[in-house]
Design a protein around this ligand. Sequence first.
Ligand code: ADE
Ligand code: ZN
Length: 330
Amino acid sequence: MDIRALPKAELHLHIEGTLEPELVFALANRNNISLPWANVEELRELYNFSNLQSFLDLYYQSMTALRTRDDFFDLGLAYLARAHADGVRHAEIFFDPQAHLENGLEFEDVLGGLSDALGQAQGQYGISGGLIMCFLRDKGPQAALQMLEIAEPYVGHLLGVGLDSTEIGYPSELYSQAFDRAGELGLHRVAHAGEEGPPEYVWGALRALGAERIDHGLRSLEDEELVAHLIAQRIPLTCCPFSNVRLKAIADLAKHPLQVMLERGMLATLNSDDPAYFGGYLGDNFTHTIAALGLNDAQVVQLCHNSIAASFASPERKAELFALLAAAVE
Ligand code: ADE
Ligand code: ZN
């Protein structure tokens, strides 16, 4: 089976996490920004993380090179070209505007550049999708509300809101007001939870934030009641095995619970998170994870099917994608 060619959706991808070191230097050069690293090799040598925070520190530092609407367009389109090569037909893309506003950008430029990239990819590659604006947990609940207020005039250009950055110490419940407001605005709601934090963070995202999908949810299996709830409610988990290995949430790919999740009938999906930092894009995540876990063809197709089912694509678009998948496995 040609795994890369199978039609699939990517649902957990931070566009800033596709910032390759070469592009960091190219953008810094174009924007006249000085970087703390001498060259690409020196930056790449730092891609050796001990946990989520050690990655986030470098992630935020690298993204200071992003300064203009064009930068976001180029970043978005570079990702979508790679996604297309990996069989991605639908992409729901996270972005972290609070970080860019701190770097002096206007929200409109960030959103405009990324929206234009999605528009171009739709025409060029037939990829559908949308943008999910993430609140940074470590900026706190008030900052999340302020960010949502800034975004309100552009709400029609957003698919939903998410919650990311440092997990432990910032329980999901803190952001309930921002998520309630996002719901009133008609936005979808997702949240990172159970990446490093215990199952309580997943419960919090479900109960206090109304999260429709859980990003990672790796530690959900520690709580049988939670597993039963996720199965009964068909709540998707967006798993990111390369990320979990690189951030030391699991020891190696063979220990990833993805197969157990599938066997238990959970709506688990496979995603790349921050592919420039974690060793590969979605195609690589598929091929290496499948090999490490020994997933069979039916499970591989199930992963693609789950990604479409768990997406926020319209019923018509989902039907199209399911038909493409069925044709590809015939
Ligand atoms: N921001 C970018 N990648 C992230 C991750 N894996 N977890 C939390 N926040 C993030
Ligand atoms: Zn993530």
